[in-house]
Design a protein. Sequence first.
Length: 255
Amino acid sequence: MTFSNTGTALIIGGSSGMGYATAKQLLQAGVAVEIVANNQHKLDSAVSALSELGTVTGKQINLYDTQSVMTLAKQIVESSTHYRYLVNAAGYFSPTSFVDHTLADYDKYHDLNKATFLLTQAVVKNMNRFDGGNIVNIGSMWAKQAIKATPSSAYSMAKAGLHAFTQHLAMELADNNIRVNAVAPAVVQTPIYGAFIPPAEIKQALASFNDFHPIGRIGEPVDVANSILFLLSDESSWITGTIMDVDGGVMAGRN
């Protein structure tokens, strides 16, 4: 796949999981990368490991702190760096029954969407100062299909909003030479499940979902990164506004 040799990829939530896998592939393709993450230790470790592959920098920010988000947004707008690529990969997931959801649970998802909105707006203003760009959001299969074993009303509401956000931006920004797409993964082996599963038990717990996917296994971060990379690349130049199912066949039907 081919990419412009100018500009930087900004990956929100790039210190682990699908964001990290995407950062790795972009660096291998010769694209400079800047990753944003909350945990300073994980961020430092990610930057250290990725620096062997190319030019990478990191910024620590709490996406739930609106003032910090606004400060970063201002820096992005005014930066001399052209953020040609944006990947919104930050996520949180903790299945909770609808009647047990608290306001704090709800805010955990929707405040993250607010940060995504504000930072994407800043990146678009940056892209408009140059010659356009390319955005990929990480949505979710849960935004399209309810799974009884994982009650996720607030999460799915937020991710469905992200899907709609993707399509609206694709329409609005096409004249600005900015493409906007999303991927909708099913169960993927990432640290996001650590919010409700002990880390030592995640691999075994997720393996129970192998047969839920027609292909017969859960996804790996690289499976999703492969699709994100395609949507960011020149080879997908006639694609915008799509929500790509990267789900082992789950949305094709019932297994």
